[in-house]
Design a protein around this ligand. Structure first.
Ligand code: TXE
Length: 485
């Protein structure tokens, strides 16, 4: 299996092929800042080829029995699991995340995505409605056709498989575009799909930039379903491109998630959970709790202990087994993080931890993109640092005096993706969770995942829900057949 130092080609109609324009982009390893492979720099001509293959493949795949589709998806899951270590290493090199995180989170969750949807399609219920003495209605759910699946760089295989698995499980064809920054695991997935016996053309992957490939996918009249995960600004462009063509669209966008700690919480658990939710994957998870609010009576104790714990996170070479904080995905993102740390200080914030790029990690990583866990206090709630998504290991901590106040703080953002509440008071947990405007509220936990629950954001964090039944419905078209009695 090729994972490094190679040309990452497109996968269309079951074949690895050169992009029509013959161009490639450098694929940079974040930990070293050096190019280590080349990725196809495709354009609309490659998307056109994928659509031709997709139309052809749809004829048979949409009629393939669910049990047969299920078997192939289960095989894909088994094969990723067989190669888990290779996938984890490839993803660590490609993204800069610690190998241990890729091994325990991203890749196992990608396996789980395929297994879940492979079996979910075997257990769906059909709906029928009797209309008095007048008619009998039954609803069919048919695959929609060709789905354009566009994903970001932070959890490449996990997020792409979260889209590919339900789309093809219900009989659609997938045209996927991974982020041009992290293309390797999508490439490896295509090899696995071939080995698993997925018919040619059912999964097509077109690599390249957003403006060249992503925009061609959203503009293509024959791709009628778009599932997008990425930044809010890009999400708006996707929505604008899709609206005139009446495409069905799901948008999973950014977040500025509140993490609320009440004084009655189990502080030990809240601190451990908050260190994770603040800094996992160097804070580059849309669900990270980047705004921490702590009830004033526990504030000092929390800040001291939280800072102490975060200071012990080992920033290092992502491939080192002991590393807990790897590299930032690229220089642009690193510069963005530095910009916000400067801005926070201009806005009156105090740096309680971090704030400056570390000394070179080791010789291999001398030119890598590293930034340490950074904690900022003393900022007003409504400042830019507290409102705009940074997407890095930088969080703010703010005290609050009562429930009403902190609910106001939590909701004082354009985003509404996820939140956490730490308290041992059950009534309070329910009360506060009800009033926070986010698609997910975790109580005394973070990132716990049940694939059956609806997942998605409110406000600028997106439109639509993924996961379980929601995904099966998103990727199918309901039709009602009404028969007169
Ligand atoms: O994301 P983009 P970027 C946030 C984070 C980050 C910001 C921008 O704050 O700093 O988004 O990061 C493709 N039409 N998140 O620039 O551009 C692109 O090639 C169609 C949050 O990497 O949104 C990639 O495949 N597609 C997020 C995908 O969209 C387009 C995770 C996402 O890239 C396109 C990552 C276009 N016009 C970043 N332009 C999360 N919520 O998980 C780009 N793309």
């Amino acid at each position: 299996m090729r994972t490094e130092a190679d040309k990452i080609q497109n996968f269309i109609d079951g074949q690895f092929i050169e992009p029509v324009g013959g161009k490639y982009l450098d694929n940079i390893e974040p930990a070293t800042g050096k190019s280590y492979s080349q990725v196809a720099d495709s354009d609309s001509r490659d998307v056109d080829l994928a659509v031709v293959a997709a139309e052809k493949a749809f004829v048979d795949w949409s009629c393939t029995p669910a049990a047969e589709r299920s078997k192939i998806l289960l095989r894909i899951a088994d094969l990723i699991e067989r190669d888990l270590e290779k996938f984890a290493r490839a993803e660590s090199i490609d993204t800069g995340k610690p190998l241990s995180l890729a091994r325990t989170l991203d890749i196992p969750r990608a396996v789980a995505n395929f297994r879940f949807f492979a079996t979910a399609i075997l257990h769906t219920e059909s709906e029928a409605h009797i209309t008095d003495n007048v008619a009998f209605n039954y609803t069919t759910r048919q695959p929609r056709g060709i789905a354009g699946l566009i994903s970001p760089w932070n959890l490449p295989l996990y997020l792409l498989s979260w889209k590919i698995a339900p789309a093809i499980a219900v009989g659609n064809i997938a045209i996927a575009k991974p982020s041009e920054l992290t293309p390797v695991t999508a490439y490896m997935l295509c090899e696995i799909a071939q080995e698993a016996g997925l018919p040619n053309g059912v999964l097509n992957v077109v690599h390249g930039t957003g403006p060249n490939v992503g925009a061609a996918i959203t503009a293509h009249p024959k791709i009628n379903t778009i599932s997008f995960t990425g930044g809010t600004v890009t999400g708006r462009k996707v929505a604008e491109a899709c609206a005139p063509l009446f495409k069905k669209v799901s948008l999973e966008l950014g977040g500025k998630n509140p993490n609320i700690v009440f004084a009655d919480a189990d502080l030990e658990a809240a601190i451990a959970g908050s260190v994770r939710s603040s800094f996992a994957n160097q804070g580059q998870i849309c669900l990270c709790g980047s705004r921490v609010f702590v009830e004033r009576s526990a504030y000092k104790d929390f800040v001291d202990r939280f800072t102490e714990k975060a200071s012990k996170l080992k920033v290092g070479d992502p491939l080192d087994e002991k590393t807990e904080q790897g590299a930032i995905v690229n220089k642009t993102q690193l510069d963005k993080i530095k910009f916000y740390v400067d801005l926070a200080q201009e806005e009156g914030g105090k740096i309680a931890l971090g704030g400056k790029a570390p000394k070179p990690i080791n010789d291999r990583c001398r030119y890598g993109y590293f930034f340490p866990p950074t904690i900022i206090t003393d900022l007003p709630v409504s400042c830019r640092t507290n409102r705009e998504e940074i997407f890095g290991p930088v969080i703010t901590i703010t005290p609050f005096d009562n429930e009403e106040e902190v609910i106001g703080y939590a909701n004082d953002t354009d985003y509404g993706l996820a939140s956490s509440v730490w308290t041992q008071n059950l009534n309070r947990a329910h009360r506060v969770a009800e009033q926070i405007h986010t698609g997910t509220v975790w109580v005394n936990c973070w990132l716990v995942r049940d694939l059956r629950v609806p997942f998605g954001g409110m406000k600028a964090s997106g439109v639509g829900r993924e996961g379980g039944e929601e995904a099966l419905r998103f990727f199918t078209e309901a039709k009602n057949i009404c028969i007169a009695k």
